[in-house]
Write a protein that binds this ligand. Sequence first.
Ligand SMILES: [Zn+2]
Length: 410
Amino acid sequence: MITLAARYVFPVEGPPILDGAVSIAEGRIVRVGPAATGGAIDLDLGNAAITPGFVNAHTHLDLDPLEPANADGPENEVEWLRRVVMSRRSGTGAESAWTNVAAGIEAGTTLLADTTSNGQSWEAVAASPIRGVVFHELIGLKRLRGMETSGAAFEWLATVKNDDPDPKTRPGLSPHAPYSTAGWLYQRAAISKLPLSTHLAEMPEELELLESRTGPLRRFLDDLGAWDDDWEPIGARPADYIRRGDLRQADWIVAHGNYLDPSEFWQFRPEAAPQGQRVAIAYCPRTHARFGHAPHPYRAMLERGIVVCLGTDSLASSPSLSILDEIRYLHRIDGTARGELLLTMATLFGAWALRSDHITGSLKAGKSADLAVVSLPDRDESDPHELLLSSDLPVVGTMFRGEFVHGKWA
Ligand SMILES: [Zn+2]
């Protein structure tokens, strides 16, 4: 057994512990509590916080940074999509996935959900010392394109099948978005019994397309040769894409949800699932800001019982792959969001959404020793979460299953 001590331990399920300690044996946490009563300390981390490893519930590891189109204002998201399509055509992104998963680990991530166009990050995520769900995209409004991408996805699934009862890396499927993906691909994904992810209610242009089949996204799809005159949306509202028929039989990570209407919120509550299926919103704060969207309704969603977790989205829209950076940003722009809530969104809610909260997402006896060590500033605060959030000090250690995988103790 080893015991780590630090100025603060943030268990998430329970209040912060001043002068706390975490004891670990065989990769699992055996005790979380005050250092004074926990026996011998093997490693004193000093003026630092021990938190659960961060959970990045929505990213695309295969994408490289894309400079903002204009320096001084929000960027048009449809124009940005055109640029991403062009840059994706120039390479597969498999190389970038290796660099980007490493950047995630340096940022304290121990569980991530990666959406790829063709599963290209699988090897990098499987070889990494953290947990991950790799989603293979299903895309295409036109029948033929949809058949191509679903054929490729199911072939890929056969190659990554795993019988491990607690696999570190799991496959999933991602019907891309209502504006790019035919309804039958959503249905096919939902009956697979795999974890699913989709982009939903991301921009006003998407709502316009669903309601009237017109607007900037229609022109974008026409230009790409991807528009299908026979296309019928699953429904006129984004929520229809996770609730109609078989669609409700699956776990969904809903990326963004920026423009979900409050009248649709109830359909995203865990109570609305017929058999315990999990639906969560993955809000990506800095990506949301880049496109100048209307304020995200995450607080109203949480108040209505929806699980809102956090994603960075890709480097093409976000300055880093750090969930800690995301909550520090949210803390800056929304001073009323309590630190305790932000840290829970960054850890336990993401683990719940990925059906991993029984093994990770909080510091609790019996769970995997997946944690991050964050340097703290030399000052006192009445709410210790302020030490984590009103700071730019880095993650100095990442531990997975009881082993340091980043930092000087690795
Ligand atoms: Zn995305």
